[in-house]
Ligand binder design. Structure first.
Ligand SMILES: Cc1cc2nc3c(=O)[nH]c(=O)nc-3n(C[C@H](O)[C@H](O)[C@H](O)COP(=O)(O)OP(=O)(O)OC[C@H]3O[C@@H](n4cnc5c(N)ncnc54)[C@H](O)[C@@H]3O)c2cc1C
Length: 297
């Protein structure tokens, strides 16, 4: 059965797992039927002030993403939920639950972070996704060596990726967090994964700087099979990481998958910049090439 893409979800548990990361567990229709795959992305809809649940488009449009989104945009702005992207950190189909880890980033007052900071059992959001059409698009479990690099917003995805690597897989994860208190245990199982925690507070250049240094210093094996890099975090940092890997380490562009998870001084409601649009075009072209020729083909 294909689970509904759009549904209300209700908070069943709230845990502050580190000083700046809150794990929120949700239940809701369709969560028992989600297919399991790592790095599941979904859109969360947050209610406007005075609403007990986010207002959604009338039923009937969700089979067609474009139609649903147009109906979403047709909701008057002061009633339309804020929509933000998040990652399923874990999934318990038997309990019909998912957990999402929210970074409570310093000094930021966006609606998602505000909501997460005071979320309580019984609160209601809506989800759009995850969409199984995006499962298994990257060679994450077939590459001979993986680099996973990102900041704390990418930590839920990196955690889910690491935890599902097959036995014997080799990977280096470079994860930038505020400080040592933000490190969290990751179950690497029998895969050969090195996790390198990088502390933002030690980097004089500000967010992203320490992660760039860590990736520049990383030993990337050559001549030992396919290398694949998965990069996510602040958009400008992710761009620089990719430029370094492609321009200075000689990776093919298709070997470096990158996603800007947030943008400095811009909210997720702000219009895309020229660089955002260029990247989106490039990503679409890469996906088309992969589906036509196969990765590495
Ligand atoms: C595919 C995808 C998956 C994601 N998964 C997760 C996840 O699992 N957990 C998670 O916490 N985030 C995740 N993010 C990032 C999250 O969507 C953004 O951080 C988002 O901007 C938060 O929304 P907001 O309403 O708090 O802030 P917005 O209203 O979007 O922005 C308000 C202000 O906060 C700033 N800001 C936003 N994020 C940060 C940050 N991390 N550090 C410092 N300043 C920031 C913005 O620059 C802006 O000035 C993901 C993003 C994508 C695209």
């Amino acid at each position: 059965m294909t689970p509904a893409l759009v549904a209300l979800i209700h908070v069943t548990d709230v845990q502050r797992i580190t000083p700046r990361m809150v794990r929120i567990t949700f239940t809701g229709d369709g969560l028992d039927a989600l297919a399991p795959w790592p790095d599941q992305q979904l859109k969360l809809c947050f209610p406007r002030p005075g609403q007990s649940a986010p207002r959604l488009p009338d039923e009937g449009a969700e089979g067609d993403a474009m139609r649903w989104y147009q109906a979403f945009l047709a909701i008057p702005e002061d009633e339309r939920p804020w929509m933000r992207s998040y990652t399923v950190r874990s999934h318990d189909p038997a309990r019909q639950e998912i957990a999402v880890d929210f970074v409570l980033h310093e000094g930021a007052d966006g609606p998602a972070t505000r909501w997460a900071a005071s979320a309580a059992v019984g609160d209601t959001l809506a989800r759009y996704g995850p969409d199984a059409a995006y499962a298994g698009q990257l060679p994450l479990d077939t590459a001979d060596w993986l680099l996973l690099a990102g900041d704390d917003t990418a930590l839920p995805a990196i955690g889910s990726l690491i935890e599902t690597l097959p036995e014997g897989a080799r990977a280096l994860a470079c994860i930038e967090v505020a400080d040592a208190a933000e490190e969290q245990p990751l179950a690497v199982g029998r895969a050969g994964v090195t996790v390198r925690w990088i502390h933002r507070k030690d980097a004089p250049g500000g967010p992203g700087e320490a992660l760039l240094h860590a990736v520049r210093d990383a030993d990337i094996p050559s001549g030992e099979g396919e290398v694949f890099a998965w990069l996510a975090g602040e958009a400008g940092t992710v761009r620089m990481l990719r430029r370094h890997l492609v321009g200075e380490r000689g990776l093919d562009k298709r070997q470096a998958h990158f996603t800007g998870y947030w943008r400095r001084s811009l909210t997720q409601d702000d219009a895309p910049t020229e660089e955002d649009l260029a990247e989106a075009q490039e990503r679409i072209a890469a996906l088309r090439a992969e589906s036509g020729a196969g990765w590495g083909g």
